[in-house]
Design a protein around this ligand. Sequence first.
Ligand code: G3P
Length: 218
Amino acid sequence: MKFFIDTANLDQIKEAQALGVLDGVTTNPSLMAKEGISGKNNVLKHYVDICNIVTGDVSAEVIATDYDGMIKEGEELSELHDQIVVKLPMTKEGIKACKYFSDRGVKTNVTLVFSAGQALLAAKAGATYVSPFIGRLDDVSTDGLALIEEIRDIYDNYGYDTQILAASVRHTMHIVNCAKIGADVMTGPLSAILGLLKHPLTDIGLAQFLADHAKANQ
Ligand code: G3P
Protein backbone atom coordinates (compact mmCIF):
# COMPACT_ATOMS: atom_id res chain seq x y z
CA MET A 1 0.00 0.00 0.00
CA LYS A 2 1.27 3.47 -0.85
CA PHE A 3 1.54 5.99 1.98
CA PHE A 4 0.64 9.61 1.26
CA ILE A 5 0.73 12.33 3.90
CA ASP A 6 -2.34 14.56 4.05
CA THR A 7 -0.96 17.99 4.89
CA ALA A 8 0.49 21.17 3.43
CA ASN A 9 2.92 21.53 6.35
CA LEU A 10 6.45 21.40 4.91
CA ASP A 11 8.11 20.31 8.19
CA GLN A 12 5.76 17.35 8.53
CA ILE A 13 6.26 16.42 4.88
CA LYS A 14 10.04 16.54 5.40
CA GLU A 15 9.76 14.37 8.54
CA ALA A 16 7.65 11.74 6.72
CA GLN A 17 10.00 11.81 3.72
CA ALA A 18 13.01 11.30 6.01
CA LEU A 19 11.35 8.18 7.44
CA GLY A 20 11.76 6.66 3.98
CA VAL A 21 8.22 5.34 3.58
CA LEU A 22 6.47 8.25 1.90
CA ASP A 23 4.98 7.81 -1.58
CA GLY A 24 3.26 11.15 -2.04
CA VAL A 25 1.27 14.06 -0.62
CA THR A 26 -2.35 15.13 -0.71
CA THR A 27 -3.50 18.67 0.02
CA ASN A 28 -6.80 20.48 -0.12
CA PRO A 29 -7.86 24.14 0.21
CA SER A 30 -8.51 23.72 3.95
CA LEU A 31 -5.03 22.28 4.55
CA MET A 32 -3.43 25.11 2.54
CA ALA A 33 -5.41 27.70 4.54
CA LYS A 34 -4.33 26.00 7.80
CA GLU A 35 -0.70 26.73 6.86
CA GLY A 36 -1.58 30.36 6.09
CA ILE A 37 -0.90 29.94 2.36
CA SER A 38 -3.02 32.37 0.37
CA GLY A 39 -2.86 34.24 -2.92
CA LYS A 40 -2.48 32.42 -6.23
CA ASN A 41 1.29 32.81 -6.59
CA ASN A 42 1.98 31.68 -3.02
CA VAL A 43 -0.27 28.66 -3.45
CA LEU A 44 1.43 27.65 -6.71
CA LYS A 45 4.89 28.14 -5.17
CA HIS A 46 3.88 26.01 -2.18
CA TYR A 47 2.94 23.12 -4.49
CA VAL A 48 6.35 23.33 -6.15
CA ASP A 49 8.05 23.41 -2.72
CA ILE A 50 6.18 20.21 -1.78
CA CYS A 51 7.16 18.53 -5.06
CA ASN A 52 10.80 19.38 -4.34
CA ILE A 53 10.66 17.54 -0.99
CA VAL A 54 9.02 14.29 -2.10
CA THR A 55 9.54 11.97 -5.03
CA GLY A 56 5.92 10.85 -5.57
CA ASP A 57 2.56 12.27 -6.60
CA VAL A 58 1.33 15.56 -5.10
CA SER A 59 -2.41 16.27 -5.32
CA ALA A 60 -3.30 19.93 -5.96
CA GLU A 61 -6.99 20.78 -5.83
CA VAL A 62 -8.83 23.12 -8.18
CA ILE A 63 -11.00 25.85 -6.67
CA ALA A 64 -13.22 26.39 -9.72
CA THR A 65 -16.56 24.59 -9.73
CA ASP A 66 -17.43 25.05 -13.43
CA TYR A 67 -15.97 22.88 -16.21
CA ASP A 68 -14.09 25.63 -18.06
CA GLY A 69 -12.63 26.96 -14.83
CA MET A 70 -11.52 23.48 -13.74
CA ILE A 71 -9.80 22.87 -17.09
CA LYS A 72 -7.97 26.22 -16.96
CA GLU A 73 -6.90 25.78 -13.35
CA GLY A 74 -6.03 22.09 -13.76
CA GLU A 75 -3.82 22.81 -16.78
CA GLU A 76 -2.02 25.52 -14.85
CA LEU A 77 -1.48 23.17 -11.90
CA SER A 78 -0.29 20.25 -14.04
CA GLU A 79 2.25 22.46 -15.80
CA LEU A 80 3.83 23.41 -12.46
CA HIS A 81 5.64 20.09 -11.99
CA ASP A 82 5.46 16.56 -13.38
CA GLN A 83 4.54 15.21 -9.92
CA ILE A 84 1.31 17.21 -9.75
CA VAL A 85 -1.99 15.32 -9.77
CA VAL A 86 -5.04 17.47 -10.55
CA LYS A 87 -7.56 17.03 -7.74
CA LEU A 88 -11.19 17.50 -8.77
CA PRO A 89 -14.41 17.44 -6.76
CA MET A 90 -16.94 14.64 -7.23
CA THR A 91 -19.50 16.71 -9.17
CA LYS A 92 -20.88 16.51 -12.71
CA GLU A 93 -18.42 19.19 -13.81
CA GLY A 94 -15.60 17.46 -11.92
CA ILE A 95 -16.27 14.14 -13.66
CA LYS A 96 -16.31 15.84 -17.08
CA ALA A 97 -13.01 17.54 -16.23
CA CYS A 98 -11.60 14.22 -15.01
CA LYS A 99 -12.37 12.65 -18.40
CA TYR A 100 -10.76 15.63 -20.17
CA PHE A 101 -7.52 15.27 -18.20
CA SER A 102 -7.37 11.47 -18.26
CA ASP A 103 -7.81 11.52 -22.07
CA ARG A 104 -4.74 13.76 -22.19
CA GLY A 105 -2.58 11.66 -19.85
CA VAL A 106 -2.80 14.08 -16.92
CA LYS A 107 -3.12 12.36 -13.53
CA THR A 108 -6.30 13.05 -11.57
CA ASN A 109 -7.66 12.52 -8.07
CA VAL A 110 -11.45 12.66 -7.66
CA THR A 111 -12.13 13.85 -4.14
CA LEU A 112 -15.07 14.11 -1.71
CA VAL A 113 -16.27 10.59 -2.55
CA PHE A 114 -18.80 9.14 -0.11
CA SER A 115 -20.54 6.36 -2.08
CA ALA A 116 -19.71 3.37 -4.26
CA GLY A 117 -21.70 4.90 -7.13
CA GLN A 118 -19.54 8.01 -7.07
CA ALA A 119 -16.41 5.83 -7.10
CA LEU A 120 -17.76 3.86 -10.09
CA LEU A 121 -18.30 7.08 -12.04
CA ALA A 122 -14.78 8.32 -11.21
CA ALA A 123 -13.30 5.06 -12.55
CA LYS A 124 -15.41 5.32 -15.71
CA ALA A 125 -14.03 8.84 -16.22
CA GLY A 126 -10.49 7.43 -16.02
CA ALA A 127 -9.47 8.87 -12.64
CA THR A 128 -5.97 7.93 -11.52
CA TYR A 129 -7.10 8.05 -7.89
CA VAL A 130 -10.47 8.09 -6.16
CA SER A 131 -10.61 9.52 -2.64
CA PRO A 132 -13.31 8.07 -0.35
CA PHE A 133 -13.36 10.02 2.94
CA ILE A 134 -13.58 7.31 5.57
CA GLY A 135 -13.18 9.48 8.69
CA ARG A 136 -15.99 11.82 7.69
CA LEU A 137 -18.29 8.82 7.11
CA ASP A 138 -17.39 7.49 10.55
CA ASP A 139 -18.22 10.96 11.92
CA VAL A 140 -21.85 10.54 10.81
CA SER A 141 -22.20 6.98 12.16
CA THR A 142 -21.61 5.34 8.77
CA ASP A 143 -18.92 2.70 8.25
CA GLY A 144 -16.14 4.34 6.23
CA LEU A 145 -14.19 1.10 5.89
CA ALA A 146 -17.27 -0.65 4.45
CA LEU A 147 -17.16 1.86 1.59
CA ILE A 148 -13.52 0.93 0.86
CA GLU A 149 -14.61 -2.75 0.72
CA GLU A 150 -17.46 -1.95 -1.70
CA ILE A 151 -15.21 0.04 -4.02
CA ARG A 152 -12.51 -2.67 -3.91
CA ASP A 153 -15.11 -5.27 -5.01
CA ILE A 154 -16.44 -3.09 -7.83
CA TYR A 155 -13.02 -2.16 -9.19
CA ASP A 156 -11.85 -5.78 -9.02
CA ASN A 157 -15.01 -6.99 -10.80
CA TYR A 158 -14.13 -4.91 -13.84
CA GLY A 159 -10.36 -4.52 -13.56
CA TYR A 160 -10.48 -0.72 -13.27
CA ASP A 161 -7.02 0.83 -12.97
CA THR A 162 -8.24 3.68 -10.74
CA GLN A 163 -6.41 3.49 -7.43
CA ILE A 164 -8.43 3.58 -4.22
CA LEU A 165 -6.90 6.36 -2.13
CA ALA A 166 -8.41 6.03 1.35
CA ALA A 167 -8.68 9.63 2.59
CA SER A 168 -9.81 11.35 5.77
CA VAL A 169 -7.77 8.71 7.59
CA ARG A 170 -7.65 9.78 11.21
CA HIS A 171 -5.69 7.14 13.08
CA THR A 172 -3.39 4.15 12.89
CA MET A 173 -6.09 1.45 12.84
CA HIS A 174 -7.69 3.12 9.82
CA ILE A 175 -4.38 2.49 8.02
CA VAL A 176 -4.14 -1.14 9.15
CA ASN A 177 -7.76 -1.88 8.20
CA CYS A 178 -7.40 -0.18 4.80
CA ALA A 179 -4.35 -2.38 4.17
CA LYS A 180 -6.34 -5.51 5.12
CA ILE A 181 -9.11 -4.56 2.68
CA GLY A 182 -6.65 -3.77 -0.10
CA ALA A 183 -6.84 0.00 -0.55
CA ASP A 184 -4.09 0.97 -3.00
CA VAL A 185 -3.13 4.13 -1.11
CA MET A 186 -3.90 5.76 2.19
CA THR A 187 -3.47 9.42 2.99
CA GLY A 188 -3.38 10.52 6.59
CA PRO A 189 -1.73 12.78 9.14
CA LEU A 190 1.87 12.23 10.28
CA SER A 191 0.56 11.14 13.71
CA ALA A 192 -1.32 8.18 12.17
CA ILE A 193 1.79 7.09 10.24
CA LEU A 194 4.06 7.38 13.29
CA GLY A 195 1.45 5.50 15.34
CA LEU A 196 2.31 2.38 13.34
CA LEU A 197 5.70 2.35 15.07
CA LYS A 198 4.28 1.94 18.53
CA HIS A 199 3.91 -1.17 20.66
CA PRO A 200 4.57 -1.32 24.42
CA LEU A 201 6.22 -4.75 24.08
CA THR A 202 8.73 -3.23 21.65
CA ASP A 203 9.65 -0.59 24.26
CA ILE A 204 9.82 -3.14 27.08
CA GLY A 205 11.83 -5.57 24.94
CA LEU A 206 14.34 -2.91 23.88
CA ALA A 207 14.80 -1.71 27.47
CA GLN A 208 15.47 -5.31 28.53
CA PHE A 209 18.00 -5.89 25.73
CA LEU A 210 19.86 -2.69 26.61
CA ALA A 211 19.83 -3.49 30.34
CA ASP A 212 21.15 -7.02 29.75
CA HIS A 213 23.85 -5.69 27.43
CA ALA A 214 24.89 -3.07 30.00
CA LYS A 215 25.03 -5.70 32.76
CA ALA A 216 27.17 -8.05 30.69
CA ASN A 217 29.54 -5.24 29.73
CA GLN A 218 30.08 -3.57 33.12
O1 G3P B 1 -7.80 13.71 2.42
C1 G3P B 1 -9.00 14.30 2.84
C2 G3P B 1 -8.78 14.92 4.14
O2 G3P B 1 -7.99 16.05 4.06
C3 G3P B 1 -10.00 15.17 4.94
O3 G3P B 1 -9.66 14.81 6.20
O4 G3P B 1 -9.84 14.76 8.61
O5 G3P B 1 -10.67 16.77 7.32
O6 G3P B 1 -11.90 14.60 7.25
P1 G3P B 1 -10.57 15.27 7.42
